[in-house]
Design a protein around this ligand. Structure first.
Ligand SMILES: [Fe+2]
Ligand SMILES: [Fe+2]
Length: 310
């Protein structure tokens, strides 16, 4: 049963992704672990008091998939009553456990986006930008680019999310560039397609989309620039020829306070930055369930309630 369909009294025995938020001691002296249980349809808070399971959960260093046995209970949380999964037992997944429900897939046509990506690359005639795009979007990097999420949790956090996000940022950026005028559109497209390429090193596409160690050390913004630098070295392109592109990548979060080592200083950089922001925000409204009803939901990325589908 998917998490979105759970009701008070539902019994659970299935693969779920568990994110432990706290391990502590209860008022009766026993230990407990609590956090979020997730599948592709949503998440529910869980609590577990069973000693051997709490020990397993306490030793995790990131979100982990388990076969979870439990039942859903009602939990009074401030003035709201919410569902809570009382986890009775967790065990490692076996080869026969069905994990397709715990890996989120985006609701978009991947083949359409693969074609859009190829067409965008074709429109870039500038030899430096074109050869960098061809050099980066090939082989293993290209295959990973088609699979990776663009976020661990906040936006486009599903298989193929990075492809969809990068292509849509390019599309939005082109509309802005057209309307504004005077921007180098080939730089805008190249910057949009490559702005988050560093997420391949920052976020894994394994179950739970965990951050990698390298990702925490370096971050995707610098990795995006490093990816271009490495490609330029392989192609023997002097780096100064790619400086405007590096600026777009390094400033795509807009400001130093938002993680960019340089703030936007060119038209193309502002255009890609705003297109990126629009696309990430609009993705918050992407419904995981067509039939879901609209209601006010708290949104973690924007830290506010949004009127969106559950
Ligand atoms: Fe980014
Ligand atoms: Fe982005």
């Amino acid at each position: 049963m998917l998490i979105k369909d759970l009701k008070v009294g539902s019994q659970v025995r299935q693969a779920l992704l568990l994110r432990v938020q706290k391990v502590g001691t209860s008022s009766k002296g026993g230990t407990y672990a609590r956090g979020l249980a997730e599948d592709k349809s949503g998440r529910v808070q869980f609590i577990c008091f069973e000693k051997s399971s709490v020990e397993k959960l306490a030793s995790l260093d990131g979100p982990t998939a388990f076969k979870v046995t439990g039942a859903v209970d009602a939990y009074k949380y401030s003035d709201e009553t919410v569902n809570q999964l009382m986890v009775q037992h967790v065990e490692p997944l076996g080869p026969d456990d069905d994990i397709k429900n715990i890996i989120p897939h985006g609701d978009f046509d991947k083949e359409v986006y693969v074609t859009k990506l190829a067409n965008l690359i074709k429109t870039v005639r500038n030899p430096v930008y074109h050869s960098l795009l061809e050099e980066i979007f090939k082989g293993e990097t290209y295959e990973r680019f088609l699979k990776n999420p663009a976020g661990s949790r906040l936006h486009h956090a599903y298989l193929g999310g990075l492809l969809q996000h990068s292509v849509d940022v390019a599309g939005l950026a082109l509309v802005l560039a057209d309307q504004i005028g005077g921007a180098d559109k080939e730089l805008v497209i190249t910057g949009a397609l490559l702005h988050d390429i560093g997420k391949l090193k920052e976020i894994s596409y394994q179950v739970g989309f965990p951050y990698t160690d390298s990702g925490r050390f370096v971050g995707h913004i610098c990795f995006s620039a490093l990816t271009v630098q490495e490609a330029a070295l392989r192609l023997k392109i002097p780096l100064y020829k790619a400086e405007k592109l590096l600026h777009v990548l390094l400033s795509h979060h807009g400001e130093n306070e938002k993680g960019s080592p340089v703030a936007c200083g060119t038209k193309e950089a502002f255009i890609v930055h705003y297109a990126d922001e629009i696309d990430a925000v609009m993705n918050q409204f992407a419904a995981s369930d067509e039939a879901g009803k609209e209601s006010w939901q708290f949104n973690k990325m924007l830290q506010r309630y949004l009127y969106t589908k559950a």
